[in-house]
Design a protein around this ligand. Structure first.
Ligand code: GCO
Ligand code: MG
Length: 398
């Protein structure tokens, strides 16, 4: 069974998504997500110009060999563009293997380790009152784990609060940040949330790379009474040893990894037990094949998975993540935000949400597809992620 065709489909049903569709000479199709928010066309071009020509004529069942061929064969290793492109090929080949075997992909990964995949949703609001209402709404919907983001007095736009806005502008929007104002406000938000909703609901919070290690240590310490499930991306993680300082000061669990592309981005974080959850994703970390390697290493060091799953990646990624989540021994949580109706129409899928969990498809393969006619009705629109400045104008981390 050889690869006969591979094409890249770019569509914008609210946000831009890049999808690779592989077709075998038997007519079996597989899909993989290659979406890198704000840099979508770089991956589309990497695939079209450099990868697709190499795929035609290759054996479709040689997933590992194809992974190694694209990774080693590029010579230039790692990086988000390369690894998202490899991820798309890898995911599509797992989809094909499942369809040929007549099994959902999680069965090929060893079968179920749990009944369902516990997901966390996002409660975001500019004010604490609005936030409490959002939390109540999520609890009514059945969520048992909720990420909490609230506006900060004195800042006009805080990360996460206007988060579910579609797409973005071609030139990045600019937001303003003050770590002092933020650090002063956040503990009081969690105090009110715990006093309103009690100890049971799992609470998470995303710092979005904005603090220094000692500031993050202070935040983690001040949040200890509210028993967070995790504090996410407290500082940028290029300097992995930076997390040691945070670790020395607080027992608040740490989650990191949505921008990681390979195991080498988190090898020290994992082996020195500096984190509790690794949040790498199928789409940005080399597909099912490589992400499973990261999770296996993590398992040896008591680190659990917590895959990134916002609507900046497509339902193809989410479908693939669920097959891994349900099968690995060290699953922690999966992020989940429902897509718009237009996105669901472009990507018909059969995973489903019930009682705070997502359930992977039982169909052969991943159980997700792309409706190419519907995709064609939503042409690409340039959209960048925002940038962020300190109050004196210094460029900071968004
Ligand atoms: C999260 C992330 C996202 C990112 C976005 C970037 O934890 O959900 O931080 O919100 O900001 O996916 O494209
Ligand atoms: Mg995040």
């Amino acid at each position: 069974m050889k690869i006969a065709d591979a094409r890249v489909i770019v569509t914008c049903p609210g946000r831009n998504f890049v999808t690779l569709k592989i077709v075998t000479d038997d007519g079996v199709t597989g899909v993989g997500d290659a979406t890198l928010a704000g840099r979508e066309l770089a991956v589309a071009s990497y695939l079209t110009e450099h990868v697709v020509p190499l795929l035609i004529g290759r054996e479709a069942d040689r997933i590992e060999d194809t992974w190694q061929y694209l990774y080693r064969g590029a010579y230039w290793r790692r990086g988000p563009v390369t690894m998202s492109a490899i991820a798309a090929v890898d995911t599509a080949l797992w989809d094909i293997k499942g369809k040929v075997a007549g099994l959902p992909v999680y069965q090929l990964l060893g079968g179920r380790s749990r009944d369902g995949v516990t997901v966390y949703g996002h409660a975001n609001a500019p004010t604490v009152d609005g936030l409490l209402a959002e939390l109540a709404r999520h609890l009514d919907l059945g969520y048992r784990a909720i990420r909490v983001q609230c506006g900060v007095p004195g800042l006009t736009d805080t990360y996460g609060v206007g988060q579910d806005k579609p797409a973005g502008t071609a030139v990045p929007a600019e937001t303003v940040w003050s770590s002092e104002r933020y650090l002063h406000h956040v503990p009081s938000v969690f105090a009110q949330v715990r006093s309103e909703f009690g100890p049971e609901v799992k609470l998470l919070h995303d710092v979005h790379h904005r603090l220094t290690p000692i500031e993050a240590a202070r935040l983690g310490k001040s949040l200890e009474p509210y028993a967070l499930t995790w504090l996410e991306d407290p500082v940028p993680a290029e300097l992995q040893e930076g997390y040691r300082l945070i670790r020395q000061h607080t027992t608040t669990p740490i989650a990191v990894g949505e921008v990681f592309n390979t195991v080498w981005d988190c090898q020290q974080l994992i082996t020195e037990q500096l984190i509790d959850y690794v949040r790498a994703t199928v789409v940005h970390a080399g597909g099912i094949t490589h992400l499973r390697r990261i999770f296996d290493l993590a398992h040896l060091y008591h680190v659990r998975s917590g895959s990134h799953g916002t609507t900046t990646m497509s339902p193809v990624s989410l479908a693939a993540a669920l097959h891994l989540d349900v099968s690995i021994p060290n699953f922690g949580l999966q992020e989940y935000l429902p897509y718009t109706e237009a996105t669901d129409a472009v990507f018909p899928h059969s995973y489903r949400f019930a009682d705070g969990c997502l359930h992977p498809s039982e169909e052969p393969g991943l159980g997700v597809d792309i409706d190419e006619e519907s995709a064609a009705r939503h042409p690409y629109r340039p959209a960048s992620l925002p940038v962020n400045r300190l109050e004196d104008g210094t460029l900071h981390n968004w």
